[in-house]
Design a protein around this ligand. Structure first.
Ligand code: CLF
Ligand code: SF4
Length: 493
């Protein structure tokens, strides 16, 4: 894809190609227009956040929505065992609390994991966070988990350490977590009422004994609440993941939200159940469906008045590498990374981060300008954006594997989620069936924003009532411009 001729607004591009975001002046080509839509959401609990707190999350792609456009994370799969059973998990695969079901990672020793981190830290300097999220539960494998963190803290002190757990053993390890300077912990909490939990967890294995049914669920619930409280007392930032299971915990979710907020959780990530018979899970085999995007958004909106919501989670693998929306794990399989030299270099990483921060500031200034007009009660519409990161529209429609969804009104354009789609340009050719699926996925949006859209998809998108906007610029700027031209002042038919 070749961007239009540019007027450079940003400082020197970063050294990494995916973040090479020399900005251009907005050049949009608008192809057609459709009608309005009735979507709405409350603003997420807003943000009188202290500077210290901002600094703790500004390079964490999961804890900061803004950071996820610019910074990457990696996971190392060092924790195979688990101590509970979730009905959406098949142990052949990775922990489904943080991973897409059906994904298997290569298990590593702590030493192999540390080598991998030092290789990746050299090759992808914007990788700022190391997470341990499976393939089982990290705290059911405490020695492997903590040994890995120790090795990284020693050799790569600028990398943030992050942990995700079901919470059963968390109260036992908060001191150790604090000692190791692990500043971000996720607990998956799907219920605060054991009668709801009974439908999700058949058993819990605690202190050498297996507890079935509600007895086990009560232990899990008490330990999760105790762990959350202890994290707050230790001043460790805690995110809560909740898997939304229609008919089981969807109506219960505001209660979960209330309980975790009262115990100091920083962020709530309500994620969709992904369930298919081929994953071999209890839910998959018994026809339990996941929520539709609209249902997920409705629950997120309902809870968002209470606290910050995470809407950019990608349910990534236990060996994920890269920006949240991309998957570079195949570049770093065990066979490959064991042959690669460690290339961690603190100065080079700091220089790369400075470039990223300069670009972030340029993007933020343009976003701010796009959000400066205040109009009461303008209708909200959704737009679908093709992006490779950096906060820009910078991806060809045909290359997008997902679309970021923004909710736009006369005042602002706000990220509200993402939707995965099949790769339309497989082998350079568009597939009609794939295109139909993509259009279906974004059919509640008013426009598609991409750096380029081929003539055939353009025609089909227009037929489906979507406006096609071709641009290479800051997402919010183009989205707001689209809104002004097509929703506030639609051109005469
Ligand atoms: Fe990994 Fe999780 Fe840490 Fe992020 S993931 S352990 S907090 S570094 Fe992030 Fe992936 Fe969603 Fe998890 S996008 S699945 S929320
Ligand atoms: Fe599976 Fe994770 Fe649940 Fe354990 S905690 S059963 S690994 S989803």
């Amino acid at each position: 894809m070749t961007p239009p001729p540019s007027t450079a607004l940003a400082p020197a591009p970063t050294t990494t190609p995916e973040l090479d975001i020399t900005l251009t002046k907005t050049q949009t080509t608008v192809k057609t227009s459709g009608g309005g839509c009735g979507c709405s959401s409350k603003n997420d609990a807003s943000t009188s956040m202290s500077e210290t707190l901002k600094a703790r999350i500004e390079k964490h792609p999961c804890y900061s929505e803004e950071a996820h456009h610019h910074y990457a994370r990696m996971h190392v799969a060092v924790a195979p065992a688990c101590n509970i059973q979730c009905n959406y998990c098949n142990r052949k695969y990775d922990c489904a609390n943080e991973s897409r079901p059906g994904v298997v990672s290569e298990l590593l020793t702590p030493e192999e994991a540390a080598h991998k981190v030092l290789v990746v830290a050299g090759k992808i300097p914007q990788m700022t966070v190391l997470g341990i999220a499976g393939p089982g539960d990290p705290l059911a494998n405490p020695e492997k988990t903590f040994r890995t963190f120790e090795l990284i803290a020693d050799k790569a002190p600028d990398i943030k350490l992050c942990l995700s757990t079901n919470g059963l053993m968390l109260p036992d390890y908060v001191d150790r977590i604090k000692q190791l300077n692990v500043d971000h912990v996720t607990i998956t909490i799907n219920m605060v009422d054991p009668t709801v939990g009974e439908k999700i967890y058949p058993w819990v294995h605690y202190r050498r004994k297996r507890y079935r049914g509600i007895e086990g669920v009560k232990i899990l619930h008490e330990r999760q609440m105790e762990g959350l409280q202890a994290l707050q007392e230790a001043d460790i930032l805690c995110k809560v993941n909740s898997v939304l299971i229609p008919g089981i915990n969807d109506e219960h979710m505001p209660e979960v939200n209330q309980a975790i907020r009262a115990r100091g959780a920083f962020l709530h990530n309500i994620m969709p159940l992904i369930s298919a018979p081929e994953h071999g899970t209890y839910f998959g085999l018994n026809g339990q469906r996941g929520p539709k995007p609209k249902e997920l958004k409705a629950v997120q909106d309902k809870c968002s008045g209470n606290m910050k919501m995470m809407r950019h989670c990608r349910q990534c693998r236990a060996d994920a590498v890269g920006l949240l929306g991309e998957d570079r794990s195949q570049e770093f399989t065990k066979e490959k990374f064991m042959e690669m030299p460690e290339a961690y270099n603190l100065e080079a990483r700091q220089a790369a981060h400075q470039d990223i921060e300069a670009n972030k500031a340029a993007v933020a200034a343009k976003k701010q300008a796009a959000a400066s007009v205040k109009v009461a009660d303008s209708p909200k519409v959704l737009v679908a954006v093709a992006t490779k990161g950096g906060g820009l529209i910078n991806q060809h429609f045909g290359h997008a594997k997902e679309f970021m969804i923004y909710e736009v009104d006369a005042n602002e354009a706000k990220f509200v989620g993402h939707r995965k789609v099949a790769d339309y340009c497989q082998g350079g050719y568009g597939e009609e069936a794939t295109l139909t699926g993509i259009i279906d996925t974004v059919s509640d949006c008013k426009a598609v924003l991409a750096s380029k859209v081929g003539p055939c998809p353009q025609k089909e998108l227009q037929k489906a009532g979507l406006v096609v906007v071709e641009a290479y610029d800051v997402i919010e700027t183009v989205a707001r411009q689209f809104y002004d031209e097509h929703i506030l002042a639609p051109s005469p038919a």
